[in-house]
Write a protein that binds this ligand. Structure first.
Ligand SMILES: [Zn+2]
Length: 111
């Protein structure tokens, strides 16, 4: 197996960067929303901002969920259980770990 720690560290750095970007975007959207009348109900502009905010929030939530998964995977590297399925205890498989380094289940258990 190629070094999972460096792979996870790189992914963690990427994800932290994405979270920072999304937070800034969300602040922008919220900032521009509060500079308008704030009447979401009757202002089409307000509805668009509401939609953009929901989208940015969903992306941010997904990135934060991924960060938690990456940190859990790093803990498993420390514990020596990385790459082992948490459900059935079999190896997860190098190909799957390449595609999803934070995976904690083999393909059979994840589906
Ligand atoms: Zn499994």
């Amino acid at each position: 197996m190629t070094d999972p720690r460096s792979r996870l560290d790189a992914l963690r750095a990427d994800t932290l960067g994405r979270i920072a970007t999304l937070r800034a975007e969300l602040d922008d959207v919220i900032g521009s929303a509060s500079s308008t009348t704030g009447d979401d109900e009757h202002d089409p502009e307000g509805a668009t901002i509401g939609f953009e905010r929901a989208q940015a929030q969903a992306l941010l939530d997904a990135a934060q969920t991924q960060l938690v998964a990456i940190e859990a995977a790093l803990d498993r590297v420390d514990a020596g259980t990385y790459g082992v399925c948490v459900v059935c205890g079999r190896p997860i498989g190098e190909e799957r770990l390449q595609a999803r380094p934070a995976a904690d289940r083999c393909i059979a258990c994840a589906s």
